[in-house]
Ligand binder design. Structure first.
Ligand SMILES: Nc1ncnc2c1ncn2[C@@H]1O[C@H](COP(=O)(O)OP(=O)(O)OP(=O)(O)O)[C@@H](O)[C@H]1O
Length: 354
């Protein structure tokens, strides 16, 4: 008998049988932020045998009000490395698989295939649809959580033939339907609540104890302390899929840091030491560019990675902010973290004139 887990194995509904199932389980957690941290801490504490972590972001000062695993001293450090170190100290029996990348179309099937369950703890639609579609192709359930403001949502998708994310939300919202993440506040404790509920659903799903929240969406409102459930049905055409979509757009605002044009302008005006990659075409670059920027057109990015030094903060800019976002995601897949300059040269020129 393993004393470590006695307080849960003593529960007659749980017992040694459920504990053994946890020990054999392999769970992939996508994103080690507000939701991913409580998910990982509890699954690790409770004895899930293998935990996979996908993350390529670094700790930001604005993360600390909700990402409670990280400390002030770790601002700027890799979330993945920092989290793994702490989780290993928490439970040395767990096998950790680390993926220092953002989950993307070209890596999702490889990564997800090694796990029994996926917990989506990311914060953007592109990743949610990607996880959903990969889980359908590979026939894996996934535990989904989402938060905004004082509210959160929770459901388990693709569980034993149950509805998928697309049965509830058939298509990815267009860019102008997605709120700007900078305006997207969240009360620190809310991801803690939803993340813990995701951990609970994962444990139930793995052990067969209790009822899994499949075909139902839990809506949590922190201001009124209400938990409502709505039921939804499977839509046949969404249950089968053999291929990913051609594109999942970019990963929204969450997959990499960005800087407002005002903040960026201050850096330029103060001659702060940084590296700026300009990913526009040569014509655009010749018309106007920020002094000392390094020109690498987006289409040639992969061939010029050696031009990007990794010992300084790197910003990436284009004309309006769209291509630079794509470049940022492309670089993130090569585990190169860059900061996107919001609004690009257009925005830079407009405040230069003011
Ligand atoms: N495709 C992805 N693959 C892996 N991790 C992802 C992916 N998309 C988002 N994430 C990660 O999920 C986490 C979500 O955390 P959270 O919602 O608390 O916000 P954040 O991105 O850390 O902060 P902010 O939104 O304030 O910039 C982030 O650490 C982010 O890097």
């Amino acid at each position: 008998m393993n004393m470590r887990y006695i307080r849960q194995t003593v529960l007659k509904e749980f017992g040694d049988a459920a504990q053994e199932k946890l020990a054999k389980a392999k769970v992939l957690v996508v994103g080690v932020g507000g939701l991913g941290i409580p998910v990982l801490q509890y699954l690790n504490a409770m004895g899930v045998g293998t935990l996979g972590l996908v993350e390529a972001d670094t700790v930001d000062i604005t993360n600390l009000q909700r990402q409670v695993l990280y400390t002030e001293a770790e601002v700027g450090a890799s979330k993945l490395a920092t989290a793994i170190e702490k989780l290993k100290a928490q439970n040395s029996n767990t096998l950790f698989k680390q993926y220092n990348t953002f989950l993307a179309k070209d890596n999702v099937l490889d990564i997800v295939s090694g796990f029994d369950v996926v917990v989506d703890a990311s914060d953007n639609f592109a990743t949610r649809y990607l996880v959903n579609d990969a889980c359908i192709i590979l026939n894996k359930p996934f535990v989904s959580g989402a938060i905004q403001g004082f509210e959160g949502q929770l459901s388990v998708f693709n569980y034993k033939g149950g509805p998928t994310y697309r049965c509830l939300f058939p298509n990815m919202p267009s860019a102008n339907e997605i709120p700007n993440c900078n305006e997207n506040g969240v009360l620190g404790v809310v991801p803690g609540i939803i993340g813990n509920l995701q951990a609970l659903e994962t444990v139930k799903l793995l052990t067969g104890v209790g009822e899994v929240l499949s075909g139902e969406l839990l809506l949590f409102n922190g201001l009124h302390q209400t938990y409502n459930k709505i039921k939804f049905a499977a839509v046949n055409k969404n249950l089968k899929r053999t291929e990913l979509e051609d594109s999942y757009g970019d990963n929204g605002c969450a997959t990499g840091a960005s800087i407002t044009i005002k903040e960026f302008k201050e850096l330029v005006d103060n001659n702060t030491n940084f590296q700026l990659i300009d990913v526009r075409t040569i014509n655009e670059y010749n018309v106007y560019h920020i002094p000392n920027s390094i020109h690498i057109p987006l289409a040639e990015l992969d061939f010029h990675l050696s031009k990007i030094k990794n010992n300084t903060t790197t910003y990436v800019i284009c004309q309006s902010g769209k291509r630079s976002k794509i470049a940022q995601n492309q670089l993130a897949e090569k585990t190169i973290n860059v900061v996107n300059v919001e609004g690009g040269i257009n925005a830079f020129k407009s405040i230069e004139i003011v």
